[in-house]
Design a protein around this ligand. Sequence first.
Ligand code: PGA
Ligand code: ZN
Length: 418
Amino acid sequence: EIVSVKGRWILDSRGNPTVEVDVTTACGALGRAAAPSGASKGTKEALELRDGGKEFHGKGVNKAVSNVNNEIAKALIGMDSLEQRAIDYKMIEIDGTPNKSRLGANAIVATSMAVAKAAANSLDLPLYKYLGGPLADQLPTPLLNVINGGAHAGNDLAIQEFMIVPWNFESFSEALRAASEIYHTLKNLLKEKYGKSAVNVGDEGGFAPPMRETREALDALMKAIEMSGYEGSVALALDAAASHFYDSNKKVYLIDGKELDREKLLEFYEELIKEYPIKSIEDPLEETDWEGFKEAVKRLKIRIVGDDLLVTNPTIVSKAIEEGVANAVLVKVNQIGTVTEAWEVIKLAQENKWAPIVSHRSGETEDTFIADLAVGSYSPAIKTGAPARGERTCKYNRLLRIEEEISKPRFARNKYFL
Ligand code: PGA
Ligand code: ZN
């Protein structure tokens, strides 16, 4: 039984305030969780409630915190923390809006995750086992964003994320070691070629070198992988986040100093896939172009991941599955606002041979909920930034500890590939 729900503001990795919630049960179990925050959001995401006004340049979360401490606390106290679905739907009901804009998705998501952690603690179970049961023994393949562009960096790369995917390894820890080695090789290589300011990092801990063209970044990654001795064992993945380099007036994508229409952009991706071991592209086209996404699935023959396209919304994901507009879904709990709904998206994906990829946001906290969610839900992949910066490494480090805890852990390797 929940006896208290307490919200507060804390700072996220960009130095902005965000909501943290403590949920306590009658037996004294505590669950603490914090809402992350995106910078390159999908337009249909649940609403992050911000105060406006002068404090924190308008980004204060006092209203959201007060909603946790008043309305949400009142509704949840006395409920059983093990009833995650009932609790999440209770919050959806009292919020009363389709996008959680009254109470704030930041208030709701932090509470929802804190409830799950409190429930796990009340049973003395690690969160991944509470969520996934005794058979949850698979560690996800990490997608590590090591070169940042787009909305996450101050350079001219249109593509937002250039990720390495260490997959051909016996364990998660070996994959992570390879990623760390590649990250540092890449750092030296970038420093040599572009000067020391090239190794300043973007929001997700990846380097933000002054590159202009997509292939420059891909070539640097391939070189770093080769020099580290992992050719063939480490693949690549991209998050284009194409809505953010789309000119909706001209109906063209501004990339590599060119203006490409949908057809030309798809041809460009086809070339890249021939030249590099790219296993997935997230949001290859702007988020309203469902026809284009269908084309992408048919023509590119790799995982097409919907993020801004699907915003972790079970209704949108069901429709997207029916229409075949992607074959993988990025799962960000705060995009929809509750653990229950994010879980529904993961199950929908798995039932339909789509790959769920559990994901962080570019604005993060030290919360490691998503590491446990990935293991507990048998998700084949996790995307949580570079193997550097505390708010990113805490998730990878949590996975290392989970791997150590499981007696015969399995590693997802290439399970997320098509
Ligand atoms: P975010 O974007 O800045 O909205 O978290 C990350 C992503 O596009 O995957
Ligand atoms: Zn994305």
